[in-house]
Write a protein that binds this ligand. Sequence first.
Ligand SMILES: Nc1ncnc2c1ncn2[C@@H]1O[C@H](COP(=O)(O)OP(=O)(O)O)[C@@H](O)[C@H]1O
Ligand SMILES: [Mg+2]
Length: 261
Amino acid sequence: MGSIRFDNVSMRFGTFNALEGINLEIGEKEFVAIVGPSGCGKTTCMRMVAGFEHPTGGTVSVNGARVVAPGPDRAVVFQQFALFPWKSVRENIDLGLRNKNLPKSEREDRIARALKLMNLESHADNFPHQLSGGMQQRVAIARAYVLDPSVLLMDEPFGALDAQTRVVMQEELVRISRVNPRTVLFITHAVEEAVYLADRVAIMTRRPGRIKEVLDIKSIREAEQWDKHSRIEDVMDIESFVHLRTQIWKSLREEKGSDAV
Ligand SMILES: Nc1ncnc2c1ncn2[C@@H]1O[C@H](COP(=O)(O)OP(=O)(O)O)[C@@H](O)[C@H]1O
Ligand SMILES: [Mg+2]
């Protein structure tokens, strides 16, 4: 469960052509990152999978069914954590489960597992203002995982974090993706983050947004055994990593006038 498909998708806002001819297939439990200059339509792509936005042409489908509305099979993590300040960590995580009609014990089990997954157990009764940005984003991710979605949609989830916290969260996401694999559509304009995290990286053009190329990272990661290194800075030194990063940078730089690179 959890495949995503864009079939010749286009999006116009009035007379403005935001996206054109987007074709992309994401397999079950695959992790795909989309990179591209700001304003190229990355968030719009994600919002269409989430069911918040509908393409003006073509089809977006999840598990073979056209997306018509948001659903419990897809959870979204935004850059802004969007936590409720007057609710504790536990209550924030519980929110998504409220309308799922689960028995209380099942709900409590799930929350306990999500707290454990994100190393939040000792903060369950804290309120968001008592937590650092990284901790708040952990809560937002826990809140997505507790829904047990087959698809996780992440829109620059680490964009608001400082550099050190960001690295910790990237390593953390790799760890949880291993113990709890999901289909992930991850949007970023940080090239290294995309290469470090994703199985494939889709590069978008500036305007109108199209997918100009898709790079296979997974086969290189496996062949070159990046996983032998547990720390991101060691992976970033590997020649094959540097090569992919440079290739993506060049491709993005060709998008003239880009302010994101
Ligand atoms: N609801 C909307 N109405 C009009 N224009 C929009 C709307 N949503 C996005 N856009 C425009 O579409 C383009 C793509 O936006 P977005 O998907 O947010 O880009 P990105 O996430 O890559 O920065 C931008 O030029 C943006 O201004
Ligand atoms: Mg965006």
